[in-house]
Design a protein. Structure first.
Length: 202
């Protein structure tokens, strides 16, 4: 009799364990699928700069008489104590013409910091016609203590941009790379040691 009661008590627990195992497997599968799904989402929306075309070399493009307004935004993640801004907030460019936008970054701290810029274009569909040939966002950026640096972007808008798109916004957000910070600080320390040693020899 007691064995039957024990079995009856175990049965609900077994069902609960099965449900928890299935839930864990489902969550793992969902997490595994998140990255490709996120990639598809970015391709469709232009988030994170996905969809923007990149050309390693300047290309010859027939210019159009049509002109479009470009807005330039600049922000930094809260973990990055830089000052970052677009030098010109707005520009009007001809479609197909190679153009330049300048951003300015400053590290007001007393230590070297490495940042990486992420970008996106709005409206999202405009990213399919936005072509970059050179950008500071392609590589990590090191700013030494109290250093300022102009950061250019070279781009053009394809002439077949849909007529209903009247304005484009190019946005950048800088994030801190703490692992690269440590490497930069070690390099600065080594350089300071060498300088001190050379000064001692004189």
């Amino acid at each position: 009799m007691s064995e039957m009661k024990t079995t009856e008590k175990l049965t609900p627990h077994r069902k609960l364990v099965r449900k928890l195992v299935l839930l864990a497997v489902g969550m793992f599968g969902f997490g595994f699928a998140m990255w490709p799904l996120y990639g598809v989402f970015c391709d469709l929306t232009g988030l994170g700069g996905r969809g923007i075309k990149i050309e390693a070399e300047p290309v010859s493009m027939e210019q159009s008489d049509r002109r479009i307004k470009i807005r330039f935004d600049a922000t930094t993640n809260s973990a990055l104590p830089w000052e970052f801004q677009a030098i010109d907030k707005v520009d009007t460019v001809a479609l197909g013409k190679m153009s330049e936008a300048l951003y300015l970054a400053r590290n007001p701290t007393d230590q070297p910091i490495v940042g990486q810029a992420m970008y996106n274009v709005t409206p999202p569909e405009a990213s399919l016609y936005f072509v970059k040939t050179e950008c500071f966002c392609f590589t990590q950026q090191l700013l030494h203590a109290n250093e300022s640096k102009e950061m250019p972007v070279y781009y053009f808008i394809q002439p077949d941009l849909p007529e209903y798109i009247k304005e484009i916004t190019l946005s950048y957000t800088f994030y801190r790379n703490e692992n690269a910070d440590a490497v930069a600080m070690m390099a600065d320390a080594d350089a300071a040691t060498v300088t001190s040693a050379d000064a001692g020899k004189q």
